[in-house]
Design a protein around this ligand. Structure first.
Ligand code: NAP
Ligand code: G4F
Length: 364
């Protein structure tokens, strides 16, 4: 039997790391695309490096030639295109780079597959996003809901969505978009709102940070657990027909609610007082202001009402959107960050002690 060979772009990211683990557990040969950077950002996949069936290759989503060569070398049976400039706020500051990676990058992958004559054998998953709904036109959002992208990131991703659909129809390729709603984890990038909150709650609870500054506290999201969502990416490519799917939990919460629960898990009960820029999260026990609003984190246009309807994925892929609840997700993230902050403290004390001993000549 022919071996399943997966190529993952964005392998160093949150989803890429979980997907690698998932596919390796299913017996896949996994190839990951990494790009050169001056510092090593392979923390999320460090535990997989050196294991059999896991291989890394240098290339870049901005470099067609490198993609054509890589696809030709790996001869994948499945490609998971997860690479992206994935931060919505950053896309306002770097719109052209975002478009190059998130829009044209998708086209480059499709053309790399065609150039290598693999369009009949290689299935392609595109990491699409609930940001396409943007300035939402209905709630909850499903596969039929009209798109209204509301950031340079979303506009770039809309191109990715349509070019996937176009190649499916024009060249009969098995390529699909997963329209994923926000999914988080203990591996989430530290500047996305959930991880920013869980890390700050842990630091504040352990006396390492005074205050947390956030933007729009009323923004609503449908947050799921990234580990559960990567299974769906795979299910989409195992489906009989190439189709697009909404992946979400079907449950919605505000940034404020996430914040309240995260601090509660860290042992602090918050009370929110005031409105808009004057809203504050106050420690009920001490009366100290721990959370404040800063307009620095406001966006020129913000998506404020995302709520997904995962009925199609449930019905047609047999996927369970309720595997990890919102409450469990927050608990997992806070537990992880409480331990991380405590470990950093121990490491820093040890470093200080060692420096002192070296200075006094106690150790050489
Ligand atoms: P992430 O943690 O930000 O990871 C993004 C990945 O893309 C990283 O591996 C990054 O590499 C890579 N990348 C960026 N620019 C690249 C380039 N020019 N060439 C090669 N690689 C490049 O994102 P994520 O949360 O795992 O999300 C995965 C995908 O799903 C993204 O496409 C995102 O837009 C989409 N998505 C995410 C969510 C969510 O809630 N997480 C929801 C919907 C859709 P470096 O490590 O080198 O930076
Ligand atoms: O955590 P966020 O930055 O995620 P956002 O913008 O929803 O994007 C993420 O999910 C998308 C799926 O819908 C992905 F496509 C995308 O790649 C990324 O993974 O912000 C969530 C909400 C926003 O409304 C933002 O305005 O939280 C609000 N927010 C409030 N204060 C904040 C902050 N966001 C961030 N990053 N930092 C804040 O201090």
């Amino acid at each position: 039997m022919k071996k399943n060979v997966a190529l993952i772009t964005g392998v160093t990211g949150q989803d890429g790391s979980y997907l690698s683990e998932f596919l390796l557990s299913k017996g896949y040969e996994v190839h990951g695309l990494i790009r050169r950077s001056s510092v090593d950002f392979r923390e999320r996949i460090a535990h997989l490096e050196g294991t059999p069936h896991f291989h890394l290759h240098y290339a870049d989503m901005n470099d067609s030639m490198s993609l054509v060569k890589l696809v030709g070398l790996v001869q994948p049976t499945e490609i998971y295109n997860l690479a992206a400039q994935s931060h919505v706020q950053v896309s306002f500051d770097a719109p052209e780079f975002t478009a190059d990676v998130d829009a044209v990058g998708v086209l480059r992958i499709l053309e790399a597959v065609r150039t290598n004559h693999l369009e009949g054998t290689c299935r392609i998953y595109q990491a699409s996003t609930s940001e396409l709904y943007g300035k939402v036109e209905e709630v909850p959002q499903n596969e039929q809901t009209p798109f209204h992208p509301y950031s340079p990131y979303a506009v770039a991703k809309l191109y990715g969505y349509w070019i996937i659909k176009e190649y499916r129809e024009a060249y009969n390729m098995f390529c699909c978009s997963g329209i994923l709603f926000n999914h988080e984890s203990e591996r989430r990038g530290e500047t996305f709102v959930t991880r920013k909150i869980t890390l700050a709650a842990a630091r504040i609870a352990q006396g390492k940070q005074e205050k947390l500054y956030l933007g729009n506290l009323s923004s609503l999201r449908d947050w799921g657990y990234a580990k559960d969502y990567v299974e769906c990416m795979w299910l989409i490519l195992q489906n009989e027909k190439p189709e697009d799917f909404v992946i979400a939990t079907g449950v919605q919460h505000s940034v404020r609610e996430f914040c309240y629960l995260a601090f509660k898990h860290a042992g602090i009960e918050l009370e929110f007082q005031g409105e808009g820029e004057n809203e504050k999260g106050i420690d009920k026990k001490t009366g100290k202001v721990l959370v404040e609003v800063s307009p620095d984190f406001y966006r020129p246009t913000d998506v404020v009402n995302l709520w997904g309807d995962p009925s199609k994925a449930k019905r047609e892929l047999g996927w369970n959107p309720a595997k990890t609840s919102f409450e469990e997700l927050v608990a997992i993230m806070v537990k992880h960050d409480m331990e991380k902050v405590a470990a950093e403290h121990v490491a820093s004390v040890m470093r200080t002690n060692l420096a002192e001993y070296l200075e006094k000549g106690v150790v050489k």
